[in-house]
Ligand binder design. Structure first.
Ligand SMILES: Cc1cc2nc3c(=O)[nH]c(=O)nc-3n(C[C@H](O)[C@H](O)[C@H](O)COP(=O)(O)OP(=O)(O)OC[C@H]3O[C@@H](n4cnc5c(N)ncnc54)[C@H](O)[C@@H]3O)c2cc1C
Length: 470
C-alpha cells in the first residue's frame, strides 16, 4: 500500500499528537540536510516520539502499512545513513528520548536513553566522578543511539575501544515494533548469539536503539600531552611502538598529522600561530592519561630516549591545559580546514597498524598517478591503523573538475588499502555512500550472512531501506 504524505502525517499525528510530527517539507531542513551536504532527498514526515512506547507504536504502524523508516539521532553521520535515500521514507528522530535511567559509579556503568547527546553523557559521567571515554568532534550533537548505531570511534579507541567495546547492553525497538530488552550490565554473558553487538554498528537497519548501558572509567589524574616532530610515518610508527611498550594502556592517544594540515590552518586563520617546535613533514600528537596515584614523567622520559635515537627530531610537551587544548584543536580542525581550501576527496580507511607507513607512501603515489598535483592531507589515529586519507585539490585548480576525478582517486586508494589487508570503512560506516563499494570488497559469504540477518529481523525491509546492503 502506498500512502500519500497527507495520509502518513495524519496517521502519525494520531499516534503521537501534532506537536511530535513535522509534515511540512519546509520545516524538515534540519533533518534532511547532513554535514557533508552530499545527499538531498526529501522525507514524507519526521516523527519525534517522546517515549519508547510511542516509538513502538510508530514502528507497529509503519510495519503494518509498509512505510519505510529512517532512524535518526544527532544527524552528524558522514555516510548518509541517517537521511532518506528514496524520498518515500519517514525520519524517526530519537532526539526526544533523553534522560538518565541509572548511574552506578562504583560498579562502573550508567544507563542512558538513546537521545542523550554524547556531550551530555560526558557530563553525567563527570558528575558521578567518572569518565565516559568516547570523544569525537561532533559530540555536542551526536546522540548515544547514533553513536552506537554507527559504532563510532574517536581519539581514544587506542586505549578504551570504540562504541561497541564501551557498551554493556542495549534496548531496541525492532522493525515490527517489538522490543529487545538487553539492558544488562554483564561483562560476561554467553547465553547464545550476541544480539547487542549485532545491533551496534547496524546503522539503523536492524533496530532502533532506545537506551544503552555504558561503561564508566576512573578519570585520569592529569594528562601528559606532546606535539612531536617526526621525519616520516615510519618514524611515527617506531615512536608508537616505543611509547606503547613503556606506557601500555595509559597511552590513550597517538595521532599522526602532516605539515600541510598546520599550514592550511595558519593560512585560513584557524590557528593564530604555529604551536609546533619547528617545521617538520610530520607530527605526532601523543597523550598519556596518568591515573591517580601514579606519578608523571613517563612521556618525558620516553621522549628523551626517542630523541636520543633520532626518532623524534623536536617537540613540545604541553605545559598547561590551554596548551593541550591548542594541540587538540589543531588535530580536530584537520578535516574542516580542507573545505576552506577548496574541494577535497576523503577516505576513512584502516590497515594493520604496522602497515600505516606503507599505506601512506603507496596511497599518495597511487593518487598522484591519477590526479597529478593532488595534495595529500593524511592524518588520524595511527595507533588504531585508522587514517583519514584525504586529498585537497591542486592549488588554484578548478574544484569541480578535480571532483570529477574523485572516482579514480577512490579506486587507487582503496586498491592499496585492500592490498594491505585493510578496511574501506574504519569508523564512519557504510550508510548510502559506500553500498556499491561494500558489495565489491566484502567477502561474499559475509555479505550473504548479513542479508540473511537483515531479512530475518526485518522481512518487509522497513528499516533504513537501501542503506548498508544497498
Ligand atoms: C565534525 C565531525 C567529526 C566526527 N568525528 C568522528 C570520529 O572521530 N569518529 C567517528 O566514528 N565518527 C565521527 N563522526 C561521524 C558521526 O559524528 C558519528 O558517526 C556519530 O556517532 C553519529 O551520531 P549521530 O547521533 O549524529 O547519528 P546519526 O547521524 O543521526 O545516525 C548515524 C547512523 O546511525 C543510525 N541511527 C541513528 N539513531 C539510531 C538508533 N537509535 N538506533 C540505531 N541506529 C541509529 C542512523 O540511521 C545512521 O545510519 C564525525 C562527524 C562530524 C560531523
Amino acid at each position: 500500500m502506498t500512502l500519500s504524505r497527507d495520509q502518513i502525517v495524519s496517521a502519525l499525528t494520531q499516534i503521537l499528537g501534532a506537536e511530535s510530527v513535522v509534515g511540512e517539507p519546509g520545516q524538515m531542513t534540519g533533518y534532511i540536510s547532513e554535514p557533508r551536504k552530499r545527499f538531498h532527498k526529501e522525507a514524507q514526515a519526521v516523527a519525534l516520539p517522546r517515549t519508547v512506547a510511542e516509538l513502538q507504536a510508530v514502528m507497529e504502524w509503519a510495519h503494518e502499512v509498509g512505510v519505510h523508516v529512517v532512524p535518526q539521532a544527532g544527524n552528524t553521520g558522514l555516510v548518509g545513513g541517517q537521511v532518506p535515500l528514496f524520498g518515500d521514507e519517514v525520519i524517526v528522530s530519537i532526539s526526544r528520548l533523553k534522560g538518565v535511567r541509572s548511574v552506578d559509579a562504583a560498579a562502573g556503568h550508567m544507563t542512558l536513553d538513546a537521545g542523550t547527546t554524547l556531550q551530555e553523557a560526558h557530563e553525567i559521567a563527570e558528575d558521578a566522578g567518572m569518565m565516559f571515554p568516547l570523544y569525537i568532534a561532533s559530540q555536542g550533537s551526536a546522540r548515544i543511539g547514533g553513536v552506537l548505531g554507527s559504532n563510532a570511534g574517536g581519539v581514544q579507541v587506542l586505549s578504551y575501544g570504540n562504541a561497541r567495546e564501551l557498551c554493556l547492553g542495549v534496548e531496541a525497538v525492532l522493525a515490527d515494533g517489538s522490543i529487545y530488552k538487553g539492558l544488562n550490565a554483564l561483562k560476561k554473558d554467553n547465553m547464545g548469539y550476541d544480539i547487542k553487538n549485532l545491533l551496534i554498528g547496524s546503522e539503523g537497519t536492524l533496530g532502533i536503539i532506545t537506551a544503552a548501558t555504558l561503561k564508566l572509567f576512573p578519570k585520569p589524574d592529569f594528562y601528559e600531552t606532546a606535539l612531536l616532530n617526526v621525519a616520516s610515518p615510519e618514524a611515527a610508527l617506531e615512536l608508537f611502538t616505543q611509547l606503547r611498550a613503556r606506557a601500555g594502556s595509559t597511552l590513550t592517544a597517538f595521532e599522526l598529522m602532516p605539515r600541510i594540515g598546520i599550514d592550511l590552518q595558519l593560512k585560513h586563520g584557524m590557528a593564530a600561530q604555529d604551536p609546533s617546535a619547528a617545521d617538520s613533514d610530520w607530527y605526532v600528537l601523543a597523550e598519556i592519561s596518568v591515573p591517580k596515584g601514579m606519578g608523571g614523567g613517563a612521556l618525558e622520559a620516553a621522549l628523551e630516549d626517542a630523541m636520543g635515537a633520532g626518532i623524534v627530531t623536536n617537540g613540545v610537551i604541553a605545559g598547561s591545559l590551554a596548551q593541550r587544548e591548542t594541540f587538540w584543536t589543531l588535530r580536530e580542525q584537520m578535516s574542516e580546514v580542507q573545505s576552506r581550501e577548496g574541494a577535497s576527496i576523503k577516505h576513512d580507511v584502516s590497515v594493520p597498524v604496522a602497515a600505516v607507513p606503507q599505506l601512506i607512501t603507496l596511497g599518495i603515489a597511487a593518487a598522484e598517478a591519477v590526479q597529478p598535483g593532488i595534495r595529500a592531507v593524511a592524518f588520524g589515529h595511527l595507533g588504531d591503523g585508522n587514517i583519514h586519507f584525504n586529498f585537497s585539490q591542486p592549488e588554484g585548480a578548478d574544484g569541480k573538475a578535480f571532483m570529477e576525478g574523485a572516482e579514480a582517486v577512490h579506486e587507487a586508494v582503496y586498491a592499496v588499502v585492500l592490498e594491505l589487508g585493510g578496511s574501506v570503512s574504519a569508523e564512519h560506516g557504510i550508510g548510502q555512500l559506500k553500498t556499491k563499494l561494500l558489495k565489491q570488497v566484502k567477502d561474499p559469504v559475509a555479505l550473504s550472512m548479513m542479508k540473511s540477518i537483515k531479512s530475518a529481523l526485518d522481512p518487509k525491509g522497513i528499516l533504513n531501506p537501501g542503506k548498508v546492503l544497498g
